[in-house]
Ligand binder design. Sequence first.
Ligand SMILES: Cc1cc2nc3c(=O)[nH]c(=O)nc-3n(C[C@H](O)[C@H](O)[C@H](O)COP(=O)(O)O)c2cc1C
Length: 398
Amino acid sequence: MPRWQEIKPLVKIRPPGFGPEARLASAASIWDLREIARRRTPCAPFDYTDGAADQEVAMRRSREAYGRVEWQDVTVLRDVSAVDTSTSLLGAPSSMPLALAPTGFTRMLQHEGEPAIGRAAQRAGVTYALSTLGTTTPEDLASAAPDLNRWFQLYLFKDRDFSQELLERAKDSGYSAVILTVDTAVAGARLRDIRNGLTIPPSLTLKTLFDMARHPAWWYNLLTTEPLEFATFRNFDGTVAELVTSVFDPALNWADIDWMRQHWQGPLVVKGIQSVEDARKAVDHGADAVIVSNHGGRQLDRAPTTFELLPDVVDAVGEKIEVYVDGGIMDGGDVVAAVAQGATAALIGRAYLYALMAGGEHGVDRALEMFSAGIERTMQLLGVASLKELDRGHLKMR
Ligand SMILES: Cc1cc2nc3c(=O)[nH]c(=O)nc-3n(C[C@H](O)[C@H](O)[C@H](O)COP(=O)(O)O)c2cc1C
C-alpha cells in the first residue's frame, strides 16, 4: 500500500471554478464549446444556429468531407520551430487563413453580439463580415472595433435605393470589401425553426415562459440590454421565413451583379458559388473573390459539398481571383486542408457562434485561439513552414 506521505505531493485538489473563465477553460474543442452553448441557450436560438435546411444532409456532408482527408507527403526532421500562418485577404493582412463569415440575428443568440465578435476578431488579427441581417449597425460595429478589417455582407434588396444607401454607409464606416450573398433566391426550409415557432424577437408564449425558468440568465440578458432588432430593418416582427421572403429577390441575376459593380468601387466578393460555371461568370462580371459556399447547408439541402467542389473552382478561376470556402469547418486541420486544396482562406460561421453562446467575447477569443493553435500545430506536424508550401500533394480523400 502506498503511504500518504508518498501520495501527498501528487494530490492537487483545486476548488471548483465558476463563471465564464472556468467554463471556457474546460473546453478543448469547438465541439466542447457547442455543448456548453447548448446547455446555456434556449432551444429555439440554439437550433436556429445549429440547424440547417430540410434533412440537413448538406451540412452533415460538409463536415464529413473534412473527416475523409488523409495527409500525404508528411515531412519529419525539418525545422518547424517558426511557422508562418499569416496571409492576406484582398490586400489586407490576416494572421491566419481564416475569416468570420456573416451571420444574422447575432444578439438573439447571445446578448453581446457583433461588437464582441468584432473585438475578438480584431485582437486575433482576422477579418469579420457583418451581415445585412445583423443586430448591430455598420457604424456601431466600426466604433466597437475600429482596427478590425471589416467586410459588409449585402443582400440585394428589391428596393435598389435602400441597397445603395447601405453600400454608402458601409463605405463611410470603413468596410474594406462587400460580400454579395447569392444563394438565397428564396428562404431555405429550416425545419427546426418551424417546429420551435421561432420569431424575432422571441415572443412570450407559454413555451417561452417555461424556457425562461430553465435559462434565466439568457432571458435576463435579453430583456435588460438594448432591444433586439435588425439594425437595418427596425421594427420587423414575424418569423425568419417571413422576413427572408420580404427581403430576398428571386429575380436576382447577373445584371444585378453589374449594378453592384457600378455602385461599389471597392473589392467585391460573391458568396454562395456552387458551380465552376458560376465561378467563371463571377469573374466575367467583375468579382474580386468568390466564396464557395452553400450557406452552411441552410438553403439548398443536398447542395454540392463545398470542400469537394473547391479544387475545380480553384483550377478554373484561382489565377484571376481569390477563392474562399466555407461550410463545416471546425478546427485548424480543416483550415489547413482547405488551403492545401487551393483556398486563400476558409470562413467559419457556427464555430464562432457556438463560442459566443458559450462565453460571449471570451468565448470567441477562445475559439480563435483554438483555430490559431490548430493551424500552427498541423503545419508543424506536416513539416510545412509557410502556407505557400501547402498543395494538393499534401492530402488524399479516403
Ligand atoms: C446562424 C447563422 C446565420 C447566418 N446568417 C447569414 C447571413 O445573414 N448572411 C450570409 O451570407 N450568410 C449567413 N449564414 C451563412 C454563413 O455565412 C456561412 O456561409 C456558414 O455558416 C458556413 O458554414 P458553417 O456554419 O458550417 O461554418 C449564416 C449562418 C448561420 C449558422
